[in-house]
Every structure is written in structure tokens, then in C-alpha cells.
Design a protein. Structure first.
Length: 199
């Protein structure tokens, strides 16, 4: 009589609810962009590419509270991958871009991203900061990577490989509440998000 092994499991909630189109073959995602203690990239992460076509995490951080146009210490929710040295700007690319000089993680509810000079743009709670290419004056900031889509897979970042493959959604439906990193209206309006429905 054959032996059959049965295991019970709990099905995880899927962030990507409907796939209408993806990038054929997916993208290779660079591990070096993540915080050192991040062990996996979750399904639903935003993915960008560099000039050579290598995939990168498209970093965002949601503001914990309103910030004035003179602020240099930005309180953000903890679900982000920013590190000291990253350049940040507002998601509408209206303000300046400056490098993060310090990250204070001591508060249980938020982190504080400190820049040497204010971004010079008032922002509201819930809006996002994004990663910029380099220091720039107000209105001149550029995104570090070109946004391409949304990760369809979990990626193990403890693997010895420097870069790992990932499927990327470019047309379909995602459950915004299950996305591991925040998006705001400016990010949703970016060209790569035009064919993605957020529910």
C-alpha cells in the first residue's frame, strides 16, 4: 500500500490579485540596495531598473506627520529600505534632493530621516519620500531608478547570490493594503503604474 504524507498549511494573502501582463523573463534584482537586516523582498514591492536593465527596489517612505518646507528631520513609518547616504525627495519631485545623514530608529512608531538641508517643500502625512539620483535643487530632482512595475514573487535575500530573479507585474490588480512598502497618489500616477489597479 503506498505511503502518502499529508501536511497542513495556511495560505498566505496575495498582494497581486490579477496578472494581465508581466515582463517576460522577469528582472534580476540587486540585493545591495536593501537594509542589512532585511531577509526577503516581499511580493508587492515596487521595482525599478537602472540604465543597464538591472532591477532595483524602488525605495519609498510614508510620512508619519505633516512636514513644513523648512524641515530637516522627516518622520516616516518604519516600512522602508532607506539607508544613510541615499538621496531623498518628495514623490511629486517638487522639492530639492539631499542625502540622508542620519536615521534614528529609536521610536517604536516611526524612524527619523535627517538631511543636512531641507527639501524645501511642505508635505502632508501619508505622502511619500522617494529615492533620488543625486543632490538637486527644488524642482530638479530625478528618480534614482525608472519604475517598471510590481514584484510578483518573494525573494530570499539571505541567498549567497548577489542578485536574484523576480517576476514583475506591469498590468493587473494589486491589493494596496498588502503591499510591503507605501505608495501615494504621485507614485500611482507614474507611467509604469498606469495599467495597474489598486484595490
Amino acid at each position: 500500500m503506498p505511503y502518502v504524507k499529508s501536511e497542513s498549511y495556511t495560505e498566505r494573502s496575495l498582494c497581486v490579485e490579477k496578472i494581465l501582463e508581466d515582463i517576460p523573463g522577469g528582472l534580476t534584482v540587486a540585493q545591495a540596495d536593501f537594509q542589512s537586516d532585511t531577509e526577503e523582498m516581499l511580493e508587492g514591492a515596487l521595482i525599478g531598473v537602472d540604465a543597464n536593465g538591472l532591477g532595483h527596489i524602488f525605495k519609498t517612505a510614508e510620512l508619519y506627520e505633516d512636514e513644513t518646507d523648512a524641515e530637516t528631520d522627516y518622520k516616516v513609518l518604519k516600512d522602508h529600505e532607506f539607508v544613510v547616504g541615499d538621496f531623498i525627495t518628495d514623490s511629486g519631485l517638487d522639492g530639492a534632493a539631499y542625502a540622508i545623514t542620519e536615521i534614528d530608529t529609536s521610536n517604536n512608531d516611526y524612524d527619523v530621516l535627517t538631511v543636512g538641508t531641507t527639501l524645501g517643500h511642505a508635505m502632508s502625512e501619508g505622502e511619500c519620500l522617494v529615492q533620488a539620483t543625486a543632490e538637486a535643487a527644488a524642482g530638479s530632482a530625478a528618480l534614482k531608478y525608472t519604475l517598471k512595475g510590481i514584484a510578483m514573487d518573494q525573494v530570499d535575500l539571505t541567498d549567497d547570490n548577489d542578485n536574484l530573479g523576480c517576476g514583475v507585474l506591469v498590468r493587473g490588480t494589486v491589493n494596496e493594503s498588502l503591499m510591503p512598502y507605501p505608495v501615494d497618489d504621485n507614485i500611482k500616477a507614474m507611467t509604469a503604474m498606469a495599467l495597474i489597479r489598486f484595490v
